[in-house]
Design a protein. Structure first.
Lengths: 107, 136
């Protein structure tokens, strides 16, 4: 079963998709049209990337008339931070074991 | 999210250990000792040597990158489709050793099947650092 960080990593691994997400982080909310103008790919391709970003929780959209406005959801990056915290916890417990071993070892 | 970008993307654990570097070095480099505190393994302190760490939850693919007896040891660490580098640094102190472990440089593991993730990981982490720096 995919872990939250797997989905996050996979979603952001695509350079075009990542560029869209970064642009939303950097410049704030954008319409799909404005994103397409800068993305260098077709509007259907941009919409597809936005769909994947939405599934990962990284982007939220709202409709206003005929326009769709997208915004970055930075909170969705939390699994990445949790994941490194887990790794830190793993190493802390290994250090404990290492110290126990050193006490048992002869010189 | 209050972590800094550096903390989020690099795992560092440091401890003062009341034993000399030579003794810690043995625990870090002798397979039967490594097994006691880390995992089952076929480690050899030879640059370029590929080895596995094996646990109930899976296997970590590793390759030795640097060996400087009693001072530095580093190896790649491939797990969950991501490869990183684990670097141990031993610094003698008046009471023993300052032991530091840093795991960093996460990038796609070429041996594992993250086809969509084969490019751009370094860039991803560099960019995420900038993004995360703004969250604080």
């Amino acid at each position: 079963m995919p872990q939250p960080h797997d989905i996050l990593f996979r979603t952001l691994a695509d350079p075009t998709r990542r560029a869209i997400f970064e642009r939303l982080c950097r410049d704030g909310d954008q319409t799909v049209g404005a994103l397409t103008a800068q993305a260098g790919v077709s509007q259907p391709a941009v919409s597809k990337h936005l769909g994947v970003l939405k599934q990962a929780g990284l982007v939220r959209d709202r409709h206003e008339g005929r326009q769709t406005h997208c915004s970055a959801q930075l909170g969705a990056l939390a699994p990445l931070i949790d994941w490194t915290r887990q790794m830190a916890g793993f190493w802390q417990s290994r250090f404990d074991h290492l110290e126990d071993l050193l006490k048992r070892m002869d010189q | 999210m209050t972590n800094t970008a550096t903390e989020a993307l690099c795992v560092v654990v440091e401890r003062e250990i009341p034993f000399p570097p030579e003794k810690i070095w043995r625990a870090l480099t002798q397979p039967h000792l490594i097994e006691e505190w880390l995992m089952k393994n076929d480690f050899k302190p030879v640059v370029g040597h590929s080895f596995n760490l094996r646990a109930d939850w899976g296997v970590v693919d590793c390759r030795v990158q640097a060996v400087e007896p009693n001072k530095t040891l580093s190896y790649t660490w491939g797990a969950y489709g991501l490869e990183s580098v684990v670097t141990w640094t031993l610094t003698p102190t008046s009471t023993g050793t300052h032991l530091r472990m840093a795991q960093s440089g996460f990038r796609p593991d070429q041996q594992q099947a993250y086809q969509g993730a084969k490019y751009g990981w370094q860039q991803l982490f560099a960019n995420l650092e900038r993004v995360l720096a703004r969250i604080d």
